[in-house]
Design a protein around this ligand. Sequence first.
Ligand SMILES: [Zn+2]
Length: 53
Amino acid sequence: MTAPAGEIYRVDWVPGTDLLHGTCHCGAEHTAEDPVAMWEWMLGHPEGHQGVE
Ligand SMILES: [Zn+2]
């Protein structure tokens, strides 16, 4: 199987913590404790993304 081009999100659990680590299809990364906040960040793309310096 091949991954379809387009929006691909990935969320991993950070071992030993209550944190979720998400990676957006654009390459931006985000860490949140609340799954809802994580999804809001992802769905809010591109707002708040690629802002890491
Ligand atoms: Zn993004």
